[in-house]
Design a protein around this ligand. Structure first.
Ligand code: F3S
Length: 386
């Protein structure tokens, strides 16, 4: 492949993986079963990023393994309704076209595992998008590092990744035991817990005790938040995640970190400002069917006046459409968009200045973009009051 037998793009992309492997002193390359590629929004890529992708496609880069895509900067059909500028839309359309030419599925979601891309326990994969990485490593037990857009494309095209980091048993061991003393009920509580822990631990792998029985939605929220405030790519939850049992052998002598209700409340307060008429943004990470069902139940018969935006994947949108949830939300003056989210869409150009959400990841990034934010549970947000 390096000699160009699989084409010039594969040779170049393999060089990239080899260079990365050298930096991290990897012994060898390993085959990976799937890739999830980030760096899709034209907001982040810009003209230079688009040019690089088109060049790879022109040079014959083609995915050899299953490869899915992270969110784009707009709903690929409903971008005008989102208020996305024409020029941005043209750039975004070309980005997706380039990926499609390379054989990548245009899933445009950060929850590929809700659209049937579910790698097996112990398998090696190359995933980017920090929340998806955390879900893959922790909840599914499939192994990946926090990859980037170019390295995931390189893995998709070569079917390989350098063997280092979370791909190795020894780096999957916990470094701190977190004793959860806080009461965890809502998805927002788990998001807050993740945010607190990411801040305190940086990249250290936490072993949680007292997580209760988190739903899939709570686990995706927890991972998204701890990957945002810190660099956590893997967490274990006692009696929750698949590798936790074997990690018990490594807990002796580890630091213990208690986390209580006050720790969570402090972070909620930090990202909460008094707002006038915020847009309520839900679906970070992209909403599951159960979340869309909950939102539909809460807004049925209400008038949200266009101030509720929900983000999800195309797969879940279709199921939610069939179940009637999308119709209920739209009849109540809410909007449901696919392919994108509040963080990767050009929201400043769309005229947004204040948002309310149940997601610490969304709140964190939107605050850093200069928007005023409020964090609350879905129920609090949809039952009124800013
Ligand atoms: Fe997904 Fe966007 Fe949040 S990519 S995790 S919805 S910031």
């Amino acid at each position: 492949m390096l000699a160009g037998e699989k084409g010039p793009a594969a040779a170049k992309l393999l060089e990239l993986l080899l260079a990365l492997g050298e930096v991290f002193e990897a012994e060898r390359l390993v085959p990976v079963e799937s890739a999830h590629i980030s760096g899709v929004s034209y907001k982040n890529l810009g003209a230079a990023g688009l040019e690089w992708l088109e060049e790879q496609a022109d040079l014959g880069a083609r995915a050899r393994i299953r490869a899915t895509l992270n969110p784009a900067g707009m709903d690929m059909d409903l971008w005008r309704e989102m208020g996305v500028p024409e020029e941005f839309a043209e750039g975004q359309r070309r980005v997706i076209e380039a990926f499609e030419r390379m054989g990548v599925e245009p899933t445009c979601t950060c929850t590929p595992y809700l659209m049937g891309h579910v790698p097996e326990l112990g398998s090696q994969v190359a995933w980017a998008e920090s929340s998806a990485v955390c879900f893959s490593n922790s909840v599914l037990g499939a192994r990946t590092n926090r990859e980037s857009g170019p390295t995931t494309l390189a893995s998709a095209v070569t079917g390989l990744a350098a063997l280092y980091g979370y791909r190795l048993d020894e780096n999957r061991r916990p470094g701190v035991v977190v004793d959860v003393e806080a009461e965890l009920e809502t998805t927002m509580d788990y998001s807050a817990l993740g945010y607190v822990i990411g801040k305190k631990l940086g990249k250290t792998v936490p072993y949680f005790r007292g997580l209760g029985k988190p739903s899939l939605e709570s686990m995706k929220a927890l991972g998204a938040a701890c990957a945002t405030s810190g660099g956590i790519a893997l967490w274990h939850g006692e009696e929750v995640t698949p590798e936790a049992r074997q990690m018990k052998a490594f807990l002796d002598g580890l630091e213990r970190l208690p986390v209580g209700d006050a720790d969570l409340a402090e972070e909620v307060a930090r990202l909460t400002r008094p707002l006038r008429a915020p847009i309520i943004v839900l679906g970070c990470p992209h909403s599951s069917l159960a979340e869309l069902a909950e939102i539909a139940t809460l807004v049925e018969g209400k008038d949200m006046g266009g101030k509720l935006w929900v983000f999800t994947s195309r797969g879940v949108y279709e199921e939610a459409g069939e179940a009637g949830y999308v119709g209920v939300i739209e009849n109540a003056g809410g909007r449901v968009f696919r392919d994108t989210c509040m963080v990767v869409a050009p929201v400043k150009e769309m005229g947004w200045d204040e948002v309310a959400t149940n997601s610490f990841k969304a709140g964190h990034y939107m605050a850093s973009m200069g928007l005023d934010t409020r964090i609350a549970t879905i129920r609090e947000l949809l039952n009124g009051g800013t």
